[in-house]
Design a protein around this ligand. Structure first.
Ligand SMILES: *[C@@H]1O[C@H](CO)[C@@H](O)[C@H](O)[C@H]1NC(C)=O
Ligand SMILES: *[C@@H]1O[C@H](CO)[C@@H](O)[C@H](O)[C@H]1NC(C)=O
Ligand SMILES: *[C@@H]1O[C@H](CO)[C@@H](O)[C@H](O)[C@H]1NC(C)=O
Ligand SMILES: *[C@@H]1O[C@H](CO)[C@@H](O)[C@H](O)[C@H]1NC(C)=O
Ligand SMILES: *[C@@H]1O[C@H](CO)[C@@H](O)[C@H](O)[C@H]1NC(C)=O
Ligand SMILES: *[C@@H]1O[C@H](CO)[C@@H](O)[C@H](O)[C@H]1NC(C)=O
Length: 375
């Protein structure tokens, strides 16, 4: 028991004595290489804190951090709470802390480990943001293609395209000048549901290595034609009078909880899809500007995949025509004239023979009586 406890200590003492300095070379590979990662991630905005983690073995007694393949360690840390990892924290990310990091650990039994794989730490927010746009539209039919163009007024070296939550390295492309701007055009497609999402682009520059611009505006790529088309209907109907209260409803299978309505977009992909949670689109009291061809799409909450467009629904707004007004007015005027004539006659009769007016009113007016009498 005592012997077993003493042996590693002795080994460690021997090793510590022997391995100072040239240890890396002499004992490389003796212990398995550690893994290295960045928390919250390998891209950090300038001024933000972050931590580089190095995970080796439970036997490790010290961890070293190396930067840019320099042989002298940048930092040294003891394992945290006797766990098998150590954290190197950077309080504020800057152009100087960006770079390629590696780590290694020492254990009493096996000496120095090999160095980890390199971890590239990029600092963002160093140059002005580029702008990202989609051509022909950010709404793309499944199977179609789209070009995402990232451009900047400032000299960019390489442009990067990143998808939010996307796995794998960012796509990158050498910049070109176009109409006085620096730009790169990434083609995406043929599209399927997994291409839908939020994209941003960045560029690096020759000023400092591993320093990137601010992120571009986010671009939401929506993919249509992923699900079966819904159907669109109108209440009270598709032929309504100007001023009527019109509501459109997008009906689809169960499980869909996002709906979008488009107007007069033809069969090409619409320029925009504004999703809402209700399948009802109240248009309120409509006017002639509401007339046109509508289509709707259904999708899922927090997803960028949509159904095919519904069959088109033509909404016709009928204004009460000037002819209708004329006829209506003629009837009204005719009615008014008739009443005047009748009143006039009654008055005339009343003046002729006082007391008969009351009788006539009591009996109700009989049109045949005056005809008999006066014509
Ligand atoms: C390490 O110790 C700190 C407090 O000293 C504690 O908050 C943390 O949870 C511990 N970590 C592990 C992995 O045990
Ligand atoms: C999309 O691009 C691919 C090549 O990248 C091409 O084969 C395909 O025909 C294109 N699809 C459409 C709809 O243009
Ligand atoms: C979408 O297309 C990519 C290739 O562009 C492919 O790797 C992926 O498996 C496809 N996803 C689906 C859901 O079909
Ligand atoms: C920009 O990034 C590309 C690709 O990662 C790299 O080849 C290039 O050297 C970088 N430019 C600078 C100035 O660091
Ligand atoms: C239109 O009708 C809907 C019901 O169909 C009703 O909820 C809404 O309040 C009406 N709007 C107006 C402006 O009358
Ligand atoms: C959509 O998802 C978000 C986040 O998961 C949730 O808060 C929201 O209630 C969802 N909306 C609907 C209508 O399901």
């Amino acid at each position: 028991m005592g012997d077993r406890a003493r042996t590693p200590t002795l080994t460690a003492l021997l090793c510590l004595g022997l391995c100072r300095g040239p240890c890396d070379q002499v004992q490389a590979g003796a212990a398995p290489k550690p893994s290295i990662w960045a928390d919250p991630g390998p891209m950090v905005s300038r001024g933000s804190p972050m931590t580089i983690w190095c995970q080796g073995s439970l036997q490790a007694d010290v961890y070293h951090l190396y930067k840019d393949r320099v042989s002298k360690p940048l930092d040294t840390e003891a394992p945290q709470n006797s766990s098998k990892k150590a954290g190197f924290s950077i309080e504020s990310m800057s152009t100087h802390t960006a770079g390629v990091y590696q780590c290694a650990y020492h254990s009493r039994r096996k000496g120095w480990s090999e160095r980890s794989d390199p971890l590239l730490l990029v600092v963002t927010g160093v140059y002005p943001a580029p702008s990202l746009s989609a051509h022909p539209s950010h709404v793309v039919t499944s199977g179609g293609n789209v070009s995402l163009s990232c451009s900047s007024e400032v000299t960019g070296d390489t442009f990067y395209l990143l998808k939010e939550g996307g796995a794998g390295p960012p796509r990158q492309m050498q910049s070109r000048t176009f109409r006085g701007r620096w730009q790169a055009v990434f083609s995406v497609g043929p599209m399927n549901a997994s291409h839908g999402g939020t994209y941003r682009c960045y560029y690096n520059s020759s000023s400092y290595p591993h320093t990137w611009s601010y992120p571009s505006n986010p671009l939401h790529l929506e993919v249509t034609g992923v699900y079966r088309e819904p159907s669109l209907s109108a209440q009270p109907g598709s032929l309504v009078f100007s001023g009527d209260n019109l509501t459109l409803q997008c009906r689809s299978g169960a499980g869909f909880d996002r709906f979008a309505l488009t107007k007069d977009e033809g069969l090409t992909s619409p320029q925009h899809l504004h999703g809402q949670h209700s399948p009802y689109f109240p248009l309120g009291h409509v006017s002639h500007t509401h007339g046109g061809q509508y289509r709707c799409y259904s999708g899922h909450n927090l997803s960028h995949a949509w159904s095919a467009p519904s069959d088109p629904l033509d909404i016709l707004i009928v204004a009460p025509s000037p002819q209708d007004y004329t006829v209506e007015n003629l009837i009204r005027m005719g009615g008014a004239a008739l009443i005047l004539v009748v009143l006039g006659i009654l008055l005339f009769q009343a003046r002729d023979s006082p007391g008969r007016l009351e009788d006539a009113a009591r009996r109700g007016y009989d049109p045949t009586s005056w005809r008999r009498k006066y014509i």
